[in-house]
Design a protein around this ligand. Sequence first.
Ligand SMILES: Nc1nc2c(ncn2[C@@H]2O[C@H](COP(=O)(O)OP(=O)(O)OP(=O)(O)O)[C@@H](O)[C@H]2O)c(=O)[nH]1
Ligand SMILES: [Mg+2]
Length: 1121
Amino acid sequence: MVHLEKIIALQKNPANIRNLCILAHVDHGKTTLADCLVASNGIISSRLAGKLRYLDSREDEQVRGITMKSSAISLHYRNGDQEYLLNLIDSPGHVDFSSEVSTAVRLCDGAIVVVDAVEGVCPQTQAVLRQAWLENIRPVLVINKIDRLIMELKLTSQEAYTHLQKILEQVNAITGTLFTSKVLEERAEKEKEEEKESETLSGDQVFDWSAGLEEVDDSHLYFSPEQGNVVFASAIDGWGFSIQQFAHIYSQRMGIKAEVLLKTLWGDFYLNAKAKKIMKGAQAKGKKPLFVQFVLDNIWSLYDAVVTRRDKEKVEKVVASLGIKVMARDLRHSDPKVLLSAICSQWLPVSQAVLSMVCEKLPSPLDMASERAEKLMSVGARRFDSLPAQTQKLKTAFLQCSSEDNAPVIVFVSKMFAVDTKALPKYKPRPLTQEEIVQRRELARQRHADRMAADQTAAESHKELAHSESMSQESQPDSSTVSQTQPPEEEEELKETFIAFARVYSGVVKKGQRVFVLGPKYDPDFLSKVPEGCSASDCVFEVPHLSCCSMESIYLLMGRELEDLEEVPAGNVLGIGGLEECVLKSATLSTTPACPPFTPLNFEATPIVRVAVEPKHPSEMPKLVRGMRLLNQADPCAEVLIQETGEHVLVTAGEVHLQRCLDDLRDRFAKIEISASKPIIPFRETVVRPPKVDMVNEELGKQQKVAIIHQVKEESSQGRSSDTLLVDPSGLVTLTTPNRLATVCVRAIPLPQEVTQLLESNSEVIRTLEQINMSLREGKSLDISLRTLEAIAGLKDQLDSLLQGRKWRNAVERIWAFGPRRYGPNILLNNVDSYQRPSVWQCLGRGDKTVEAGAQAAVLRDFDNSIISGFLLATLSGPMCEEPLMGVCFCVERWDVQSSAPAQHQESFEEDSMSHKALADNKVERSSETSAQEEGMASGLGQAERRPEPASDCYGPVSGQLIAAMKEACRHAFQAQPQRLMAAMYTCEIMATAEVLGRVYGVLGKREGRVLHEEMKEGTDMFIIKAVLPVAESFGFADEIRKRTSGLASPQLVFSHWEVISSDPYWVPTTEEEYLHFGEKADSANQALKYMNAVRRRKGLYVEEKIVEHAEKQRTLSKNK
Ligand SMILES: Nc1nc2c(ncn2[C@@H]2O[C@H](COP(=O)(O)OP(=O)(O)OP(=O)(O)O)[C@@H](O)[C@H]2O)c(=O)[nH]1
Ligand SMILES: [Mg+2]
């Protein structure tokens, strides 16, 4: 079994620790490879390696054959004369679980990227390489499943070599794009400088595939066999090698220098037997490259002898020549694969190849780059060097990774995971030592005697006895080693225990130690509020986002098992128990409050599939609520929320993830029957330019356009106070507040598609920009990091270049706000001539743009925030089906606030308004701002709408009325334009053979999918189809494809973008031809209308159905009223 003592000893030497994860596309063989590595430590038998998938410990993981949770295991490995500790994390490859990859990557210094030799680079391969880059961790490559090239594709060794070269090129191409991408430019600069002085690598001609890259020596960033960062393997057959191994073998056998072989074994080199020389240009001369001759041919002939021809004699010869021993029963086994694994796992054990590569090529925790440390520590938009000095000092703690007594403890928790309480080490049977057995026997005898006595005296109080017995066992440390210790059954709460998945970056974590828990919003600037010399153990003071807790237990993570530990030194991955009360999903723990919270994890997946959940029996609601809370904690990506309607909603990354969450909820966390609604599909609402042709492609005449506008006008003025509302034919809406004090004129214009996309992809930058503006408004000065400023300036420049033309002149400078939530993809534009407000870009050229405006403008500025709030509300839910808006620009053309109200309407109001004017302006500004920010604005509006007439305080409502008026104006302006729904779209890549291609297209077509392109995968008979598909049509898609293509790899659906649905939901046939074409009702073809009504129905909004065909529909209608 595992040598726990050995691992504990190794934990103390960070130089020989490697924290690494295995990353790949789904099904490329990560868990199988992990099995081989685990088997090398004797944790599982090597015969079972690849079959067991030991790290897939969940039942559903085993059933479905995919990994859903990342799990860690500690292994030891002897490489040469050094002993290493490897903390290995296996991650899932399915895109639904990519958040699990993020949590794994954060704790590692390196990664093994696995690529299937047949499928090559797939979408998730790209995604994981990107994640590795973003976290600055170093990858090594394993090209797996090479046996498939032999047995399935039946390639010759020469063809296989070409194929492998292509895969390597593909992988390096991704690295290349990452490297040249903006994120890495600075990094390249730095490394160029550092590397200039140090060695200049000689073998230019060797790196053929990287030719064409710039002068920078970036070769170490790429994968290449001669660098030793590539292993070729077949995890299922248990073999793998790097060219180092073969260089070693052949240098001994043929007397060629190992260094020469290392440079030439991979590449266009061949052996000139006569001249006894290795020459370049194998391809041109039609010679066998060395790699084929020395490496692949051997493997090919082994497969040929063992599996294809089953040639006993040859096998024996090979076995003898390799100098390995094969057991007789393996030789006789009816399945040739058994013999093959037996030979291969001795000849080229994959664990050895991979683990020695890991030890040599991946960095240890001591090699943490100072740049990475700064990145982990930088809080929000702040520059590292603007952090308090105490905080900056901690950087050395990161870099030193010291386990000295005085080193501060810094721990990052990347996720919380739930384990069955029964599986905790303290309740687990474990082998007993000889002494313990003796001791135990003694105890048992005694207990037996006791029990006999007790039974006789008080048989009826048996239960209590058992209870007290278990209590006493717990309290006695000696007897806790006894294997039958049971977890306390009576407390249901204890069924699941949460363990933090964490890493120690500095210091030594001790069992029972108290630490500060730093929330993501904690700022080391609060340090001043922490009493001097205060430690986590006397935590009574109140500092925002700072709390304390003690680490009750510390575990070594061993796949399915946990081992109790007393302490863990810096540089190790570990599990921490007892944090569930103070850590939700991730957190930073430290003994010093000067420590900043780590930057948030990079999540690639957007949670998009939402369902409403309810218990089968309404009385079990509390259990469901508790279960959902636990689920939320146990999953890095799932979101749990309660909607305004009171529904409990679960948001997940995709169908598979949803299924897993529901299963977990049912079987582990809530333990009740639950029912889930159909997935709730998100939509966006937008406006488009008026169409030029009608639905049957006829040119639209002027006449009709007018008709549409009339219709809109009629609609919008119906039932509303039309004396305060005016919609002009061009779509300009003028609205006056009920107290007649303020008037706004708003127009809605569609934003160009590129602008919407830009805003969408830059929401983080905009959010930062808003935060900066907020601080500036509060008069705080900020040290903004250069990178942030550049990002903001970049966004502004891009907007400038995209918003061209007369309509958008100077628009970027006039941007008032973004919305909803202040960073959404809609713009509020200030077109009011008399109003000069500070630009949202003021942080770029601070000071010079803020023109002090006159008295009138000053008044306006006081209510400025009401206008923004109204805009935010309007963009949060649109008039079509109360979904958020997207790609809409609202221009405020005119905005008047009268200093006095019209006399005929509100005399009393006027009086008050005059007397308190000056005083109140400030107050109003502040109150409306806080309500907008903190209460999500909804409540403020509700009040304003309900009592439009001011009661006692006449100023509060002015801003309230203005918010409501602005919101209404935006809604009307929106409705004055042609409205459209936007659908969320997935992209997917499907691999299919030519025979089933037609059926794949059939399924795609039926579900409104669109094929983007299709190509043949080289070297195979597979086609790769790239398509987009509306999320609304995606449920069951993967299953259907799998069924129709008889079990092909299921497509991976990744959220990609929002797309305007071209059909107009409000469209009704108007021309004769349209009647002819679509019929009178014309609702059959209108997909947008269907979606819109479905959403409205779900939200309990009024659904207009013209003709009642079924009594059932009428019922739903009346219910909704
Ligand atoms: N032919 C062949 N099959 C392999 C090899 N390695 C793994 N497989 C098979 O590929 C399938 C997927 O293997 P896993 O190890 O579960 O893949 P994974 O990357 O862990 O998958 P996820 O965790 O779901 O992303 C299994 O059926 C394995 O038996 C190999 O070297 N050759
Ligand atoms: Mg797996």
